[in-house]
Every structure is written in structure tokens, then in C-alpha cells.
Design a protein around this ligand. Sequence first.
Ligand code: GDP
Length: 432
Amino acid sequence: VPVVAVVGRPNVGKSTLVNRIIGRRQAVVEDKPGVTRDRVPYDAQWSGRRFTVVDTGGWEPDAKDRAAAIAAQAEIAVQTADVVIFVVDAMVGATDVDEKAVRMLRRSSKPVILVANKADNQNIENETVSLWGLGLGEPFPLSALHGRNAGDLLDKILAAMPPAPGIIEDGPRGPRRVALVGRPNVGKSSLLNRLAREERAVVDSVAGTTVDPVDSLVEMDGEVWQFVDTAGLRKRVSHASGTEYYASLRTAGAVEAAEVGVVLLDSSEVISEQDQRVLTSVVEAGRALVIAFNKWDLVDEDRRIYLDKEIDRELKRIPWALRVNISAKTGRAVDKLAPALRKALASWEKRIPTGALNQWLTALTQATPHPVRGGRAPRIMFATQAGVAPPRFVLFTTGPLDAGYQRFIERKLREEFGFEGSPIEVSVRPRK
Ligand code: GDP
């Protein structure tokens, strides 16, 4: 999600502008010198594009030197934003205080939109041409309070953003795509055959979708699911003909084509290196994950106790994976598969509102700040969810974080918001 930062002296109308952009009247604490505002980012949307707006007004609240404070805002904005909005008061024009920030913005490679706010009427608007002199391009006259030119400004902000990735978030979509993977003999074809028999193999293609002939459509729990790249499974190709190398290529291809991986393990045997590689291929591809312990009919009390220990040891790195204990042979708990897949996919596509994310983060970092190293500790300024499928988070910080502290944040993020069945990614964008 692109980040738009709003920079400017106190009282030029930054919060009014932020409220105008996010489309609600709230938290309009106008910037009086000395009033600390939360530097909370807000979710915004215009013409179907989502982005994050950051009001930089709350930074450096105790800086005595106003020019230095504005310059610090600009610096943070330049480091962290995709688009910078520099706000000046149309009635006042640019002041000495703005100079330092303007120089920095001019040098930066970030797109800067110069907004002349409080241009409530045409006369004031006509005056704004003098702001060309700042060297930040064409001044954009706006009345944030009355909404004058606000729509045009939003169009301009959108045009300045990096191009949207080609992900269509809405609209009808075909069946969920599932990769059924696992080492030879864990029971993949047995499970697919059972699903096709018991549930119902959907022979015809589903309206509006094109299904690859190597895929299988199966109805489970009232929904059609697309099991990708199952041609080999249906034909029961001899395992002897496939070396592990080719098996792993098939796994990688299926996982790539899928949204969620079902990794089949043989509950009657130890979790092997090869099983681990299959699990890794799903996790590293960033797909949702359900582990199906197959051949559960063979698990007796002794094996159960041993298996629990094995799971603790071998699956420690993926405690978030969803697990079902099934038997393709007897049909035990096979109906648990569809609910687990749905849950994993919901986590995979979950979006945390920016406000809630940052409220949580502020409380967490206050309770457990980053450890001090060499007299200093980096601060996390704010976080934003950059994407879904899988959920990806970006932490904007004053410096690099310790690996241990970053893992702590990740763990707490999961504790707070869930994400069962999905990998998540957390990355750090330090301001130099
Ligand atoms: P694939 O190589 O993963 O496709 O595995 P197959 O489906 O060919 O199964 C390998 C062997 O395990 C076959 O002999 C199956 O009959 C057997 N098998 C599969 N699922 C189960 C199960 O749930 N319980 C038991 N006891 N055997 C199973």
C-alpha cells in the first residue's frame, strides 16, 4: 500500500487536509504549537485505490527550533513515503521556516505535491502563482476546510503514486485453488479418489472459469474446490518412475499455482527430511498451509504419544499451521478438510485496519521497548499492512531492529490478530 505523507508548519491545516483525504471528520486537533498529535497513519481510498496517509505533525513535538522540526518531518516523509504533500498557507505563502524543508524535498527523488491551503476563493487562488518560486512545481490551490478542489487533489495524489500491482481485489473469482502435496506414498491419490467418490467430482467446468485439464474439481462441504496439477495422481503413475527431483518440481509447480497447500504426512511414519522440504516449499511460496496427518487409522495410543513429541520438535517453526487428522482409507475426519482450508484462506487474506494495528503497536512498544544498544534504541514510528495473500507488514523505524526484537513483534502480531494457517511477512524500513 503506498504511503502519502503530509508535511508543513503548524496551523497550515494539515489535519484538516488529512481528514478531507480520509473522508471523515474526526481527530481534527488543529496544530497548535506544543500540542502533540499522535503520528497515527490512516487508511484512505480513492477511485478504488487504497493508500495510507501519515500526518507528520506529531513528530518532534519538543523541538524548540521550528525550522528544524519541519525539516525533521520532511526528512521522515522523504524516507518513508511514496508521495509527499507539502502544505503551505495560501494567505501567508512560504516562510523562512519552510526553506530548509523545501531544499530537502527538492533534492529528494520523491514526488512532491505543493498544496496552497486555505485558498477559499478565486482571489486567494490567483495569488498562489507566486509559490512557483519554491521550485516544487505547480502550486495546487485547495480549501481543505470547504473541500474546494479536493477531488482534483486526490486524483493528483493517485497519479503521483507508483503504479498499482496487477492484483484485482474484488470481483468474482473461480474456485479456491488447492495443492495436494506430500512425498510418495503418504496417500495423495487415495485422498483425491475418496474426495472424488464421497464428496463429488465435478466433471464439467464451473461457469465462468477455465480449468486446466491437469486439475481436478471436487465439491467439498457445499463448495467447489480446484485441486491443481493432479493429473499424475488421477492416473496413478508409478512412483518408481519419478525421482525425488521430479517429485519436488511437481510440488513446486502445484504450490505456485495454488492459494493453499495441503501437505499430507503419513502419521504412521516419522516426519522425514523430504516431508520438511514439502512443508518448506509451501511456506516459502507464501501460501496458506493445512497439514493433514493421513493414515490416522494406524495411530494407536503409543504412536500418538510419540507423534505429539515429534510434532513439537519437527514442526516448531510452523506452530501456526492448521492440522487435521484424517484417514483416506476409512474416511475419518475427511470432512474437516474444507473448514480448515477456509480458515487458512481467511487468515491468508486478512487485512488489519491501520488504526488498530498502530494502536496495538504503540501499546506493545511502550510496554516492551527495543533493547538499548550502544546507548540508543531504534523506535518504530508506525506500521502498515502492505498487502495480503499472505499478509505483509512494513515497520517504519528510526533504525535497523535486532533480529530477536523483530521476531518478538512478529510473534505478538500473531497472538493479537490470529493468522492461523497462514505465513505472514514483517519487513523493516529504517530511516537511514
Ligand atoms: P501417494 O503416493 O501419496 O499418492 O499415496 P497413495 O494414495 O498411492 O497411497 C500409498 C499407500 O498408502 C497405498 O497402499 C494406500 O492404500 C495407503 N493409504 C493411503 N491412505 C491411507 C490411510 O488413510 N490409511 C491407511 N492405513 N493406508 C492408507
